[in-house]
Ligand binder design. Structure first.
Ligand code: SF4
Ligand code: SF4
Length: 381
């Protein structure tokens, strides 16, 4: 199986303000090019695009291609589970939404210490195992967002798990918050296959600051910054798949250009990645991946604070300096009815769902004077 997966979490939209407004004709074109280039792995989840990602997969893949011509991965939203019966109810709904009778890869979604008590109380891993035994899931695993200690504990307690989906990219490798490198080592020790998510860190490694980008330019390969991030993850032993969140045709074609005949990073390229890692470490950025769990989960933020957008603006300004475009973006968000960072009421619902464990409330408090910070002489938290 070629190592590039069609991630359906950031699909193109017809209305950028509506996460459920998936541009189906464009997704169909992207699916056609993806499969025509020999790739087969398609990844979705119950929660993506307000439930419309699974629908998009059905329309673009299931209804247009033979079931055995692609591999479908889906994820059960563990945070929606309150009782044992919920597992089969959600699973059956997912089969229906995707228009399939089985999943090739099936995952418990977004596992962290917040949901392990639910899983233990409701035998969540046993449910996963039963799907495999019944042939409803060919391979079983979970996507993971917590520390290496808990991961080790889970893989010891549930040895039948076949793979783990990890956030893995060179910028997070040594991160104390993400523990990407440590989690990778745990998977290797337990002999588990690894599927990589966020290889370009929510797009951040596709738009490197100039100093870092120049390191890759000096290799004279003509390849994009994103290509090095994706190939870095794909080069690691044990990694069977790297997911790329497919947002448009250009991005898809760029991904295909270096993953159709994938070659691991050579010595020179690995040294360049090391150099870029050092440059990025010297810059302080908020480790937000724009997954939007903080604003999309349940009723979302009661104050309608644009958390990922504000963090993205902060990161952009701290990496590239002040610009009118960032100030405009901030003003547009405010004009669209989003409250300012300082209007947070500290209810905590966003932090509870942040897989990156970002101290959102504290950061928003320090960003309360954001507009003047962006037009002033410095922008430091
Ligand atoms: S803690 Fe603040 S930002 Fe987070 S959900 Fe509550 S009000 Fe919104
Ligand atoms: S703050 Fe956390 S939950 Fe919200 S978008 Fe960023 S990474 Fe995702």
């Amino acid at each position: 199986m070629k190592k590039l997966g069609f991630g359906s979490m950031r699909l193109p939209l017809t209305d950028p303000k509506k996460s459920g407004s998936v541009d189906y004709p464009l997704v169909c074109r992207m699916a056609d090019e993806f499969l025509a280039a020999g790739f087969t792995y398609v990844d979705t989840a119950y929660m993506y695009h307000d439930g419309m990602s699974e629908e998009a997969v059905r329309r673009a893949f299931t209804e247009r291609y033979p079931r055995d011509s692609f591999c479908l991965a889906d994820k059960l939203p563990v945070s929606y589970v309150k009782a044992k019966d919920d597992y089969s109810r959600l699973f059956d709904e997912q089969l229906k939404r995707c228009g399939v009778e089985y999943f090739d890869y099936y995952l418990l979604h977004n596992i962290s210490r917040k949901v392990t008590p639910i899983l233990d109380d409701t035998d969540g891993f046993e449910f996963l195992k039963s799907l495999k035994e019944k042939g409803l899931a060919r391979k079983i695993g979970f996507s993971y967002h917590d520390n290496a200690e808990l991961l080790d504990d889970l893989l010891t307690r549930y040895p039948f798990v076949e793979f783990v989906q990890l956030q893995l990219n060179y910028a997070d490798w040594d991160s104390e918050i993400i523990e990407a490198g440590k989690n990778y080592e745990v998977c290797r020790r337990h002999g588990k296959d690894i599927i990589v998510m966020e290889p370009v860190k929510g797009g951040a490694l596709a738009r490197l600051p100039e100093g870092a980008s120049n390191v890759f330019r000096s290799l004279d390969s003509g390849m994009s910054d994103a290509s090095y991030a994706i190939r870095y993850s794909a080069s690691l032993d044990g990694v069977i798949m790297v997911l790329s969140g497919m947002s448009d045709l250009d991005q898809l074609r760029d991904n295909i250009s270096y993953m159709a005949d994938f070659t691991p990073l050579d010595e020179r390229e690995s040294a360049a990645v090391e150099k870029v890692m050092t440059i990025l470490k010297e810059r302080s950025v908020i480790p937000c991946t724009a997954c939007r769990y903080c604003v999309n989960h349940g009723d979302g933020c009661p104050m309608n604070i644009a958390i990922p957008e504000y963090f993205s603006i902060y990161n952009t300004v701290s990496e590239f300096g002040h610009s009118w475009s960032t100030l405009l973006k901030y003003r547009n968000l405010r004009g669209d009815g989003h409250r300012a960072p300082g209007e947070c009421i500290s209810c905590g619902q966003c932090e509870e769902h942040c897989p990156q464990h970002i101290g959102i409330i504290g950061l928003l408090d320090r960003m309360r004077d954001m507009e003047s910070l962006m037009t002033g002489g410095s922008f430091k938290l």
